[in-house]
Design a binder for this molecule. Structure first.
Ligand SMILES: NC(=O)c1ccc[n+]([C@@H]2O[C@H](COP(=O)([O-])OP(=O)(O)OC[C@H]3O[C@@H](n4cnc5c(N)ncnc54)[C@H](O)[C@@H]3O)[C@@H](O)[C@H]2O)c1
Ligand SMILES: [Zn+2]
Ligand SMILES: [Zn+2]
Length: 394
């Protein structure tokens, strides 16, 4: 079958790879009908290169039709239409039984000191072949896949795999009190859905920050007050101006380790990803390699006693944090991979409503066959052609 494979720094290619097959009784094989490119894939494209091997199949946002099931998969039948959460969880371990699916103890990568395995996401997270492919083996299919109705566009359901629950959890973790304010930093697909989720959940005062004009415009259309970070001296000052001088009750950081704004850290990241693998891994694990601009903005823009919720992915082990400010302001921090299935029931109800309340069917700006993936990785990375979300149709 054909699949999108990682080949090297900023280099992906569609190649022939072996067909997936059932390896465990709890596996299923899914024929992929839609698969999206995520901001998290862009980290693999660049800074996380030391953890990939040429030929690795990428992709963790996908849905499709069940083609084959293992003998222990009683909940799915061949022909079912499913969307698959990006984290692979067993559903019954100590962590899963507490809803902490991103920390599943059955699929945890203990040798790497990391949480649950993820599709298409490096040797740190199990090196499980991903879903930007014609077919994919889904481990723990007796728990993970979410059955969806056969009617309706794929894109109504596709984002249940990752960005919709991620945005939802991010808003939840920001813990905005009734009548309060939320800042969303970063208006990629996660930030856009966070703005819409916040509005849907009754947070009226949403302030959205980015520097890409189309992304700011989309957030404004969804009802946010926008701040163009390239047009203000200081984002936190601009936020205080909009919040009675106090700062926002909650700040959701949806940017991650490649934040715009720090050329020195940027050079360090690109240098680290070009080093020989062993040296590069050591550098990433011992040194702060993240560009912290968005995170530092979050600590400044949140009010005293407020909450910073971090959805953006970070990778450095020794990133310097402004502990004096964080302590003095009495901040609460919540973060981590999304526990996708914790939010599925609530979200399935919302996405199934007749009117597409979160605008899911119009989020993607680019739709193309799998063969176009290499070009579209570049377009999405460069935020060219108004690109906000790419959906591939294998
Ligand atoms: N926690 C999770 O489970 C989870 C799941 C999905 C994605 N993510 C992460 O969420 C982040 C966002 O994902 P995405 O797909 O929306 O990515 P994206 O790269 O499309 O979006 C990031 C946005 O941040 C903007 N930005 C850059 N620097 C900024 C700054 N200093 N201040 C404000 N905005 C800035 C960029 O212009 C861009 O629009 C990524 O780090 C991704 O890895 C986490
Ligand atoms: Zn994703
Ligand atoms: Zn588990």
């Amino acid at each position: 079958m054909k699949a999108l494979t990682w080949q090297g720094l900023n280099d992906v290619a569609v190649k022939e790879v072996p067909d997936p097959r059932i390896e465990q009784p709890t596996d299923a094989v899914v024929r992929v009908t839609s698969t999206a490119i995520c901001g998290s894939d862009l980290h693999l494209y660049g800074v996380l290169a030391p953890y990939l091997t040429p030929g690795d199949v990428l992709g963790h946002e996908f849905m499709g039709i069940v083609e084959e099931v293992g003998s222990a998969v009683g909940n799915l039948a061949v022909g079912d239409r499913v969307v698959v959460p990006f984290n692979i969880s067993c559903g019954h371990c100590w962590m899963c039984s507490r809803g902490l699916f991103a920390q599943c103890e059955t699929t945890q990568n203990v040798d790497q000191g990391k949480g649950a395995s993820l599709f298409g996401y490096t040797s740190l997270y199990g090196a499980v072949p991903g879903g930007q492919a014609e077919r994919v083996r889904v481990p723990h299919a007796d728990f993970g896949p979410i059955k969806v109705p056969h009617e309706g566009e794929d894109e109504r359901y596709l984002y249940l795999s990752d960005i919709l629950p991620t945005a939802w959890q991010g808003v939840d973790y920001a813990d905005v009190p009734e009548g309060g304010s939320l800042v969303v930093l970063g208006l990629g697909p996660v930030g856009q859905l966070a703005v819409r989720a916040a509005k849907h959940r009754g947070i009226d005062h949403v302030i959205a920050v980015d520097l890409v004009p189309e992304r700011l415009a989309a957030a404004a259309t969804a009802g946010a007050t926008t701040i163009d970070l390239s047009a203000v001296d200081d984002v936190a000052d601009a936020v205080r101006d909009l919040t009675d001088g106090r700062g926002a009750d909650g700040v959701l950081e949806a940017v991650g380790m490649e934040a715009h704004g720090n050329p020195i850290a940027g050079a360090a990241i690109s240098a680290a990803s070009r080093l020989p693998k062993v040296v590069a891994r050591a550098a990433i694990e011992k040194v702060g390699i993240d560009r912290l601009d968005a995170l530092l903005t979050a600590f400044e823009a949140v009010r005293r006693g407020g909450t910073v919720s971090i959805s953006g992915v970070y990778g450095g082990m020794a990133d310097p944090m402004p502990m004096m400010t964080m302590f003095d302001k009495g901040l609460t921090l919540r973060m981590g991979q999304c526990h996708v299935k914790q939010w599925t029931d609530d979200l399935l109800d919302i996405v199934s409503q007749d009117d597409d309340v979160l605008g899911l069917e119009s989020l993607a700006t680019h739709r193309a066959p799998l063969d176009a993936a290499p070009e579209l990785y570049r377009t999405f990375r460069d935020k060219a052609e108004g690109c906000l979300k790419v959906v591939l149709k294998p």
